[in-house]
Design a protein around this ligand. Structure first.
Ligand SMILES: Cc1cc2nc3c(=O)[nH]c(=O)nc-3n(C[C@H](O)[C@H](O)[C@H](O)COP(=O)(O)OP(=O)(O)OC[C@H]3O[C@@H](n4cnc5c(N)ncnc54)[C@H](O)[C@@H]3O)c2cc1C
Length: 399
């Protein structure tokens, strides 16, 4: 049975109280009666809002036996044989979820991947499914989808976590669609409703103006992609080693749709912000675009990358790939130096898990100081040239 919602005409008085309650504007008045439009998501808010019990909602019956699904899986992402850091971040949140549910945490590793297995076994996880086939050494949508879907149908995990990387964003929706289950993309926080074993998936919505909480109560597995650099990485533990389960998938190259002829590494002049250990970021406090030269100089001397607030990206002082924050990149360097950045919440969500945060701002009340490890209340035009001078002298004395 599908979800059904209807207005009981005899009871509806046309009071219109349901209309402003609908978050999707899916109710209108027609001939003095409420009418539900096709964009209704069957959330049921209007049912509660109607004082005359004139709206009836019949939800789809549970189509899967939820109790058959147990365990948390993390999809390991590897590129060219190297494990991508978000995998370790997913392992830390995955461990937490699995412990709360009292189930095993498993890692799904695809490819002819012997060399990473020993390293990954030392992380706090219970099992590694090694889906071994050289056709999976490099990401190919169809083959990865098929290998994962086949295994999920057999093993029935209740949660699958995937990095919200370009690969994860391509793969997870296909897997979810084939399994006819829900997917929440780009989560920034994950929690567990222990009673119903539902994954509470939290992510920014409506351009980042609200945080949405999403659950998938009637389908399994619950699939979430998680933004890189939001969670802390898991650390290796030596005391227990994960069991390795070898899977030989049935794949054929004809189904790949894509054939890999050659791999060419992109040459980039810009240091990858998300991989950088040191980031020096500039904001509107710089005063004008030309003053970004100070930020570049400092970043160069420290061997770091250049970041920016959205205000300066919007002003056209620097290209958008430098932007840190909710609508920019999420970063987690060892050292983040915020120069002339006020520390608006949208900026903070992209950098607050950095190991050490140094803020240079002339306003002692600037919100960035609430999260800074070290705060320098000073005009950046005085302070940064002094710092550059000291670093240059220190470098010269070393050579
Ligand atoms: C939906 C949405 C998404 C957003 N996404 C992002 C995002 O991804 N990233 C992001 O950064 N913002 C984002 N924003 C914008 C955010 O709200 C702020 O407007 C922005 O971060 C402010 O940038 P800023 O700190 O450079 O500028 P301001 O807020 O103007 O702060 C400038 C700071 O510089 C200081 N200053 C001025 N002169 C000097 C000086 N000479 N020396 C030292 N300090 C000085 C000031 O005291 C001030 O604190 C978003 C907003 C919305 C609504």
């Amino acid at each position: 049975m599908r979800n059904e919602i209807k207005v009981i005409w005899e009871k509806c008085t046309g009071c219109g109280r349901c209309i402003p309650k609908c978050p999707l504007s899916a109710i209108v008045l027609e001939n003095k009666k409420a009418k539900i439009l096709p964009n209704c998501s069957f959330c049921g808010i209007c049912v509660k809002a109607c004082p005359f019990e004139a709206i009836e909602l019949k939800r789809q019956e549970k189509i899967v036996d939820l109790s058959e699904y147990r365990g948390v899986w993390v999809l390991a992402e590897q590129r060219g044989g190297k494990i991508v850091p978000v995998t370790l971040e997913l392992l830390s949140v995955g461990r937490d979820l699995a412990d709360k549910l009292g189930v095993k945490l498993s890692l799904l590793l695809l490819g002819d991947e012997k060399k990473n297995v020993e390293q990954l076994r030392r992380y706090p996880l219970d099992r590694i499914y090694l889906v071994q086939d050289s056709l999976l050494n490099y990401y190919r949508t169809n083959l990865y989808t098929q290998a994962i879907v086949d295994l999920v149908k057999k093993e029935k995990p209740e949660i699958i976590l995937v990095g919200a990387t370009s690969i994860g964003r391509d793969l997870a929706p296909r897997v979810a669609t084939r399994l006819q289950t829900g997917l929440t993309a780009d989560c920034t926080s994950l929690q567990i409703d222990k009673e119903n074993r539902n994954l509470i998936q939290i992510r920014p919505a409506f351009g980042g103006n609200i945080m949405a909480t999403i659950v998938s109560p009637y389908h399994r597995p619950q699939i979430a992609t998680v933004r890189p650099k939001i969670m802390k990485k898991a650390s290796p533990k030596n005391e227990r080693k994960a069991e390795v389960i070898l899977i030989k998938p049935k794949l054929s190259l004809e189904k790949a749709a894509v054939n890999i002829l050659d791999l060419i590494k992109e040459e980039s002049e810009v240091k990858d912000l998300q991989e950088a250990e040191i980031i020096v970021s500039g904001g509107r406090g710089l005063g004008k675009a030309e003053n970004f030269s100070l930020i570049r100089k400092l970043a160069d001397l420290l061997g770091g990358a250049v970041g920016a607030s959205r205000a300066v990206v919007d002003a056209g002082w620097i290209p958008s790939y430098h932007q840190v924050g909710q609508t920019g990149k999420t970063v987690q360097p060892k050292l983040y130096i915020a120069c002339g950045i006020s520390g608006a919440i949208q900026h903070q969500v992209g950098m607050r898990t950095s190991e050490t945060i140094v803020a240079i701002n002339k306003d002692p009340e600037a919100p960035i100081f609430n999260i800074a490890t070290y705060g320098i209340v000073e005009d950046l035009h005085k302070f940064i040239p002094l710092l550059i001078d000291k670093l240059e002298k220190a470098q010269r004395s070393l050579t």
